[in-house]
Design a protein around this ligand. Sequence first.
Ligand SMILES: Nc1ncnc2c1ncn2[C@@H]1O[C@H](COP(=O)(O)OP(=O)(O)OP(=O)(O)O)[C@@H](O)[C@H]1O
Length: 625
Amino acid sequence: MMSIALRRSHSVVPRQALAAIDTLLRHHHQFSSFTASSTDHEVLRSACHGVGDIRSFSIFRAPQPDIPYGFQTREFHAKSGTLNYRASAVLQAEFAMHEYSSYEEPAKGSGDDENLEIARLGISEEIVSALAKRGITKLFPIQRAVLEPAMQGRDMIGRARTGTGKTLAFGIPVLDKIIRFNAKHGRGRNPLALVLAPTRELARQVEKEFYESAPSLDTICVYGGTPISRQMRQLDYGVDVAVGTPGRIIDLLNRGALNLSEVQFVVIDEADQMLQVGFQEDVERILEKLPQKRQSMMFSATMPSWIRKLTQNYLKDPLSIDLVGDSDQKLADGISLYSIATEMYGKASIVGPLITEHAKGGKCIVFTQTKRDADRLAYAMARNFRCEALHGDISQAQRERTLAGFRDGNFNILVATDVASRGLDIPNVDLVIHYELPNNSEIFVHRSGRTGRAGKKGSAILIYTQDQSRAVRVIERDVGCRFTELPRIAVEGGDRDMFGDIGGGGRFGSSGGMRDRRDSFGRFGGPGGGGFGRPGFGRSNGYGGPSTNCGGNVGGSGFSRSGGFGEFGGSGRSSQSSGGGFGDFGGSGRSSQSGGGFGDSRSSRFGSFGSFGDDKDKNSGRKPF
Ligand SMILES: Nc1ncnc2c1ncn2[C@@H]1O[C@H](COP(=O)(O)OP(=O)(O)OP(=O)(O)O)[C@@H](O)[C@H]1O
């Protein structure tokens, strides 16, 4: 109880005081003799005596009618434990089930529209007004479909097109139930809801959406790459909803910082991506730790066997809500699709003109396959555009800054790997460019779905080379779409200057300059320095397999780079010592394409385009982000 009360002080208490609070929290086991009837004041006093330094807390103001001790306190559900936390998980779950089964859907209005009006659906006033402030007054179809069964406590597995509001589909019922529960039983320390997301960015976004929809609730977002101590402290203060990536959640469980015994709602968002990023085991371990009596909801774009297994093992009589179904069209309606053919060496050069013509000054995301490509392309484009790269090798803090900058319009072009392809909700992205074909049709749908969100319009352009035409047809078939073919764009500088138009190919061929870019671009035949034979490089069949990233070690001279390629020419293996750097593109081991070397890595991926529609990235076993 005390620690929860202290949590609220975070925003008003100076750092020294927080340090003292931390000390206090570390010693809170000493206060287990406090009775349920202790007032906050008594608790604090006793606590301060407990650590022998009441002066540390002189910043706490005298009790005021509504803000005792200068910070808000948290009311508790039940007076059960020594620390005055709410009742046991079992009891609570019983409360919850009882309570939620009493939810009655309001009488249906006469028109469809009325049934979508959020204010008329019996949802907590707090949520209704928070959503209204954000301009959200009517439910989207997936939200309408989920609301009633979710309010009745049904487990479910849901699916809907990108950008159609899945987060609020599960968010509204979960938040509403917690608000009702807290109103009746007071608030507790351990989370009542747990949301698992496959990426940090997605977790943050879900938490933001939750927080903005029910500001009175305490939400926490936990993920790796950020100090765990802060998250532990926040958990100690008490939360209503925990959102996070499975890895960090396991870490917090192992440290005893996260107690899932009171979780009543669990949501697995983007469940199939959990599989792709290798979180299966963690997800299952977490699910094992949850109380049996709970409501489970899962959202997944596809149903690979692991998801089916999860559904069978962890969901009770789940309802399937599928707003995509076998419908041919898998993309949201507002997205116009274009394709454009180019030579491999000309790809980078046409990105600029495409952006100028189709994004019209608005936001654009360019998707590459590899982190290195994202860096190189962003670097090259930065000459003419405000643009940044986003991928998994960039530190978490920088990733967050980059996303915030993109959201806020500080720059308009994001060059990203598939780390940004799923779930990210960035308002008003006008254009998505598939600089390289995605590994499969699902990824195509997710990447394209970064535009045309929430009923808005947008465009997606797929850049392909002639020998990838078949793969383009496969996407059309799988996604149920048809690309409008754009006229080819003439590439200035011919095949010797693939980055010429956007970044100045000459720069990258030289041996000076930035390490990363220097070797990358030099390798690929920038006129200033690389210039080794594209054809030879292009025809290097059979490289690939478990390649390691060695580009950074390659020196600036064309000689060493071309030496590297020699290594790749048919060795089937790249290694750090080979000096080639081609390993960055860790392809499938099937390069069928001749032409620019840069292109080879990609063509290698799509040499195996038969993997379209599969669950897994079959290309290299490496994650693209
Ligand atoms: N009922 C609504 N009215 C207006 N806007 C909404 C509504 N519901 C959600 N939105 C907005 O629509 C956008 C897309 O929602 P969300 O990110 O939940 O989509 P999604 O279906 O999860 O997409 P993805 O499949 O790409 O993850 C968000 O900006 C969200 O705030």
